[in-house]
Design a protein around this ligand. Structure first.
Ligand SMILES: Nc1ncnc2c1ncn2[C@@H]1O[C@H](COP(=O)(O)OP(=O)(O)O)[C@@H](O)[C@H]1O
Ligand SMILES: [Mg+2]
Length: 367
């Protein structure tokens, strides 16, 4: 999957941008605040209709303008034009000039993997943040997963409400609670197995990727879940033992809604053990593993975006990453400076210089 061309009209600090991209490596460089992440954000929104750094779409419209547009041609077996228009009244999306009413039809079409410096929050933030990330990533490759999750959340709500009712009414029969619990566990077990399979797949790639960048160290994702190695019956038994406690809290205390992952470097949690650079590389490795998973499931590489890749990394690691990137994957890298990259790694890259919302393509390829 390749983004052939992108047009931005009154988007962020771009009045009018019309740019062709290379099928392989695109490196976008320019000073801080020049518009590198804005460009990346435009590509991301073209794929997912939402930004990764604002919830308020109106921020995306260039100051003092009433509307903005993002238009891009995506090449797979065929060429498709995607367009997103945004104004006060909301968002309108088009595929080949036809208005799309179901956003879910739109967002599953363009596959994109983004690394952004904010992603190191995967390490520092709460378990809820990590679960959200997992959910987004798994739902890109598994259509059934989102339905299972939404069913689970409904069951959870009902079960919590019923626990509260039992506490208030002092009802001694747990017949209906048994039914709700069984449904919750059936559903939870399915979600658990999908998450486990996904993390197993990540683990089959991530350590090699990490070592290619960092040259040493064993990286592994550890999936923490109450369901681990437990059968349906075992789970039911555990719930039943804790009914009283759950009633007192009026809350379902166990389940996949408490799942978490941790990133282990040489067996230690990287949150407490790893340097800033190691943490960043672990997340980059995670994202690169995701690229391979998408390829294995969809039989097509996604578009890879590495925003602000070089900050906090030394030259060796930067060059290792660029060396390792598969040139079959269309890749976008943004950076403040290309001086850290050795010239021979830039021969197949196309360079773009950003200055205040204007981009110049430099076809001399760093030569
Ligand atoms: N809606 C907007 N209209 C005009 N300029 C904007 C808008 N939103 C952000 N900007 C400007 O975009 C710049 C930030 O661009 P960004 O792409 O994040 O920079 P970087 O190149 O460092 O990644 C800032 O100068 C900011 O003022
Ligand atoms: Mg930026």
């Amino acid at each position: 999957m390749k983004l052939q061309n992108l047009v931005l009209k009154n988007f962020r600090n771009y009045s009018h941008l019309d740019l062709d991209f290379s099928d392989t490596l695109n490196i976008i460089y320019g000073d801080n605040g020049s518009g590198k992440s804005n460009l990346i954000e435009g590509i991301y929104i073209l794929a997912l209709t939402k930004s990764f750094r604002t919830n308020n779409d109106l921020n995306l419209i260039k100051n003092n303008e009433a509307k903005c547009s993002i238009i891009g041609n995506i090449i797979t077996n065929e060429k498709t034009t995607y367009q997103i228009d945004l104004d006060n009244a909301g968002k309108t999306v088009y595929i080949d000039s036809d208005k799309v009413t179901k956003i879910s039809d739109f967002v599953t079409k363009i596959n994109i993997v983004l690394f952004n410096p904010l992603d190191t929050r995967i390490i520092s933030d709460s378990p809820a943040f990590r679960r959200r990330m997992l959910n987004i990533e798994i739902s890109q490759i598994n259509r059934e997963y989102l339905n299972l999750l939404s069913d689970y959340n409904k069951l959870l709500k009902n079960r919590n409400a019923y626990l509260k009712q039992l506490l208030i009414n002092g009802n001694s029969s747990t017949e209906y609670l048994d039914i709700l619990t069984r449904k919750l566990v059936e559903n939870g077990l399915k979600i658990h197995l999908i998450r486990k399979e996904y993390i197993d797949k990540i683990n089959s790639y991530i350590s090699d990727i990490y070592r290619n960048i960092f040259e040493y160290g064993e990286l592994k994702i550890n999936y923490k879940s109450i369901y681990t190695n437990k059968s349906m019956d075992k789970m039911l038994e555990m719930y039943q033992k804790n009914y009283r406690k759950e009633m007192n809290y009026s809350k379902t205390l166990f389940g996949i809604h408490h799942d978490d992952i941790e990133i282990l470097l040489d067996g230690h949690n990287i949150k407490e053990y790893g340097s800033v650079g190691q943490q960043k590389n672990s997340i980059i490795s995670f994202k690169l593993a995701e690229v391979l998973i998408i390829k294995s499931v969809k039989n097509e590489y996604p578009i890879l975006i590495l925003d602000d890749l070089f900050s906090e990394l030394d030259n060796t690691k930067i060059n290792n990453i660029i060396k390792m990137l598969n040139r079959e994957v269309q890749t976008f890298i943004t950076t403040t400076s290309i001086d850290k990259v050795s010239k021979d790694l830039l021969v197949d890259a196309t360079l773009y210089q950003v200055k205040d919302g204007v981009i110049e393509r430099n076809d001399t390829n760093g030569k």
